[in-house]
Design a protein around this ligand. Structure first.
Ligand code: MRU
Length: 361
């Protein structure tokens, strides 16, 4: 992630302090703060409170959490994995990463459990960054082709995205935004429409912040404006990340994604999801079968926070306590609305036959 003239990852290990460092995403965009994880409970709190969020990053943070547990107690592998699995239910990367940690580390036994688990977490972080860079390459090529076909040299490619699927949501590069970054690096002029993504505003707070760091032209819109912007001819392509893709190509992602895909279809616009293969849940046959959809606290909707004129952070109540709130955090876009799934192995059709080629990766 480009920041302050340098390159930064969203999670890393500080070997001198023996601490895991993350960018505290609850502080952005007003403050860039580093948060340090020293214990298993620190890692669980960071995931649950969404200091770290985004499917790939949750998985990598959980595996660092396993290391933090094992360095306290080398016998705590099972209990740590159980605790970490409970932090957030929807993004399958969490379960995928913990499943891999369980297999790798239980085979190794207890000799130097902490050292092995740290090496595993560092390797997984590198693997995630490499996957995201590779899928960004395929997505970037797709955007470059769309630009040539639809815009010529005349105007920038207009991309619409939802939530934050950038470097902050992974270890580096991100998923949907990796495609944007790669296309921009290849000289494609772009403008990104960023859905605010109520109620936690990952679009307004995180995606806009990232795009500003990267120097990419963008405009923030409220979620309800996405259809209007598409119908006004201001969008060429929609691209989002995903928290879980079914074996049939249905895309679970941040609440509101389904409406973006519906509006894209009604306006004859392509809708792509970009994700590492670790986000495909081959045990989830299709959208006909329910998956756990996280429901978060009502306060995320009924309270809001911001910066006062004097710079002090403040929290205010938007809706009275009696207002009954349901805070669904994710939805499922059926495969029929998905133009393609962008992965580190290329772009695949959103159907069972096409995705089957990825099952053993
Ligand atoms: O609740 P969040 O912020 O963790 O949800 C994140 C998303 O829905 C992202 O779009 C998704 O994880 C893909 S990120 C690479």
């Amino acid at each position: 992630m480009p920041i302050k003239g340098g390159q930064l990852k969203s999670i890393w290990y500080d070997a001198e302090a023996c601490e895991v460092c993350v960018v505290d995403q609850t502080r952005l965009p007003h403050e860039f703060a580093i948060h340090r994880l020293r214990t298993l409970e620190d890692a669980c709190e960071a995931i649950t409170s969404m200091r770290v969020r985004g499917a790939p990053l949750i998985g990598v943070t959980a595996v660092f959490g396993v290391y933090l547990a094992l360095r306290e107690n080398p016998d705590s592998l099972e209990i740590a994995i159980k605790r970490l699995r409970e932090t957030r239910p929807t993004a399958v990367n969490l379960h995928w990463a913990l499943g891999r940690a369980a297999r790798e580390l239980s085979e190794q036994g207890h000799a130097d459990a902490a050292g092995m688990s740290l090496a595993f977490a560092l390797a997984l972080a590198e693997e995630d960054a490499a996957c995201c860079e590779a899928l960004g390459g395929h997505g970037g090529e797709l955007l470059r082709r769309l630009w040539r076909e639809h815009c010529g040299q005349d105007r920038p490619l207009q991309v619409l995205t939802h939530c934050n699927a950038g470097a902050l949501a992974a270890v580096d590069w991100g998923t949907a935004l990796a495609a944007v970054y790669k296309a921009a690096n290849a000289g494609v002029p772009l403008h990104v429409w960023v859905n605010e993504t109520r109620p936690r505003n990952q679009g307004g707070a995180l995606t806009c912040w990232e795009l500003r760091q990267a120097g990419i032209d963008h405009s923030l819109i409220v979620d309800g404006a996405a259809g209007h912007v598409m119908a006004s001819g201001l969008v060429d392509v929609c691209i989002t990340g995903s928290d879980r893709v079914s074996a049939a190509g249905d895309v679970c992602n941040k609440i509101g994604t389904y409406q973006v895909a519906l509006a894209a279809r009604d306006n004859n616009l392509p809708f792509y999801a970009a994700l590492p293969v670790s986000t495909i849940d081959f045990d989830w046959p299709s959208a006909d079968e329910a998956i756990p959809i996280e429901e978060r606290a009502a306060e995320e909707i009924s309270l809001t926070s911001g910066i006062e004129a004097g710079g002090r952070e403040t929290r205010v109540r938007q809706y009275p306590e009696e207002t009954v709130v349901r805070n669904f955090a994710f939805d499922v876009t059926p495969a029929r609305l998905v133009s393609g799934i962008i992965t580190e192995h290329g772009v695949f059709d959103a159907n069972r036959n096409s995705l089957a080629a990825l099952a053993n990766n």
